[in-house]
Design a protein around this ligand. Sequence first.
Ligand SMILES: *Cc1c(COP(=O)(O)O)cnc(C)c1O
Length: 427
Amino acid sequence: MNKKKIETICIQGGYEPGNGQPRQLPIVQSTTYRYETSEDMGKLFDLESDGYMYSRLANPTCDMVAKKIAAMEGGTAAMLTSSGQAANFFAVFNIASCGDHIVASSTIYGGTFNLFSVTMQKMGIDFTFVDPDCSEDELNAAFKENTKAVFGETIANPALTVLDIEKFAKAAHQHGVPLIVDNTFATPVNCRPFEWGADIITHSTTKYMEGHASTIGGCIVDSGKFDWTKYPDRFPGLCTPDESYHGVTYTERFGLGGAFITKAVAQLMRDLGSTPSPQSAFLLNLGLESLPVRMQRHCSNALLMAQFLENNEKVSWVNYPGLSSNKYHDLALKYLPNGSCGVISFGVSGGRKAAEEFMRNLTLASIETHVADSRTCCLHPASSTHRQMNDEQLAAAGVPADLIRISIGLENIDDLIEDVSAALKKL
Ligand SMILES: *Cc1c(COP(=O)(O)O)cnc(C)c1O
């Protein structure tokens, strides 16, 4: 299935029913699995045979959806998690522990920034944040003796910076560590980071992948290309026996294609249990079926909206990678030739007051903190998520008081532009 085009994988990947089996993905709503003998079960615990024992670790419905996402990204193995936060935590924690260091882009999603700079810092993992637009020299200078990985987002949420994946992959590989890319906003429909040198991909499937604002979820995909065995001292968890798991050495038993994900399941899911429900995996799978069609519409709608905003006199600035005036347009043409995403940010002339009034004037776009689903939604951070900050603090945080973030949905673009146009006209 890996060789098929993405539209086909999205429909037919992951689950191939046999004769007389259900056409739609079955929901295996079971915590446990029955075996004939204790020996059969023993082999599962020793990871000597394939199969299921307990749904905290793995469940057939979830695995079939993970297999589809692995094929969409062109990876060798994948694991679903209960949220995007869990996916990013597991992806990093699978290779870094107390005393280690990670290099990360400074414009990553606020939730991930907090996870790294507060919670994982408390666990003894150190982070250096670099400007995604930094030079190769600046990037190389961020590495330390104990660096275990580099982390960035294809299109950052909500800064909309575009990551130069090749630049980050080159630096990571020169220092013998993998590049982890959060591909949530682009989705594999618009960018496949493995083709540009990334080694591990994460997703918040909550966004475009599920696409209908119904289900929180995440995913980790392995390219199978990073050779952990070249650096056994740097990645002992993958290259030496796991005494907590019957002495298995993941790279030996599962090869480069399976080691990372098997370790994440066998250790992290076992101990931390951020498991999605099979119902959630089913809903995610429904979303994936239409992802290529939806992404095309999200992007064409968003480009028309961005162009409209750019030409409106009441709008002071527009940030959308698809606009030819955008700072990241060249990177977007390279990495995202079919479109970027449906999220735009822009400034309303007249600052905070005008932005608040604009929000009140909208009738179709609803006010939400969410992004990336079928319904158009809008957020004015200065009067909601960031309301405790004054104008100076907001500017310093890169969220100026006049900033509006709009996530363009799948409605008819004429209706959306009319709504925004009328809201601006009343100012
Ligand atoms: C939303 C988001 C996350 C967090 O995902 P949840 O599913 O909300 O836990 C991580 N990364 C990016 C880029 C996101 O947009």
